[in-house]
Design a protein around this ligand. Structure first.
Ligand code: G
Ligand code: G
Ligand code: MN
Ligand code: NA
Length: 254
């Protein structure tokens, strides 16, 4: 069978799942939230990473169904994380271009909030620069409606797309996620250090949160934390994991 046929079958069979990667405060290192990351558990094959099936789901339209499932599951799961932690957390969910263009997206998001009981600000949506620049008129209308609910918008892979600053002025953006290509050679790389500093200063001036992606060691964390980065995500502070192991970690906090 083709991968496409297998994918439709897989939705029916419940073969998709979400891993959650901790996002921690750069100063205190306390878990503040999680990014939901989709995986496909194929019988006889094993775990398939998203870069091997998201592009296809984007092409065949299945991303709308998968994305709706992911958003609702992630919101409901966050409630369980909060119960374990005994405090408020947030969840960050990736939204693909085709989902963003779908006219049922907003209604679906409202359902996810209602179903889970999350407050708007506890949900963050990760979109890429390309989504904003390909149809700015649509983006403006939709983002304003999303922002009315208190839901926060993060620019994913910041600095790797169109790198236009226009959208920071035009749209209600809450956070920048610094792409890991700028993080991986920190702090030794003078260029990467300069780029990170510019992003962090820009974000500070515009009152945007910053999330550094792909932080893999203490030196990177120390640099970012000193330079004012608010949140850290990466293997150094937590791998993408199944909910049960994260519940154990949250329950063990005091
Ligand atoms: O988890 P991993 O690093 O393999 O993810 C690779 C990419 O797949 C991420 O950059 C992310 O943008 C994308 N991705 C992961 N989960 C989802 C999802 O639920 N929806 C969409 N649209 N993209 C996702
Ligand atoms: O595209 P997006 O930035 O949403 O995806 C995040 C991806 O980065 C996930 O697939 C996740 O598995 C991966 N990732 C998360 N932390 C690290 C890290 O510290 N190092 C590397 N190499 N990849 C990471
Ligand atoms: Mn992301
Ligand atoms: Na990213």
């Amino acid at each position: 069978v083709s991968m496409e046929a297998a994918m439709f079958e897989a939705v029916r069979n419940g073969e998709f799942l979400l891993h959650y990667q901790p996002i921690v405060d750069a100063q205190t290192r306390q878990i503040m939230g999680f990014e939901a990351l989709m995986r496909w558990m194929r019988p006889d094959i094993g775990l398939v990473p998203p870069n091997q099936f998201i592009p296809m789901a984007e092409d065949n339209g299945l991303i709308n169904l998968l994305g709706a499932w992911a958003l609702k599951s992630a919101c409901v799961q966050l409630k369980r994380f909060e119960e374990a932690a005994g405090r408020q957390l947030y969840v960050s969910v990736n939204v693909s271009p085709r989902q963003f263009r779908n006219d049922q997206f907003l209604g679906m998001m409202d359902e996810a909030l209602k179903l889970s009981g999350l407050e708007g600000h506890q949900l963050m949506l990760e979109i890429t620069e390309g989504i904003l620049m390909s149809d700015p008129e649509h983006a403006e209308v939709l983002l304003n409606k999303i922002a009315e609910r208190g839901v926060r918008i993060a620019i994913d892979d910041f600095g790797t797309g169109y790198s236009s600053l226009i959208y920071l002025k035009r749209f209600p953006i809450a956070a920048l996620k610094i792409d890991r290509t700028f993080i991986k050679d920190l702090p030794a790389s003078v260029k990467d250090a300069a780029i990170c500093n510019v992003i962090l200063n820009l974000a500070g001036s515009l009152n945007l949160q910053t999330v550094a992606e792909g932080v893999e060691n203490e030196q990177q964390l120390a640099f970012l934390s000193t330079q004012g980065c608010s949140l850290i995500q990466g293997f150094h502070t937590g791998y993408p994991s199944l909910p049960d192991s994260l519940i154990d970690i949250l329950e063990a906090e005091t």
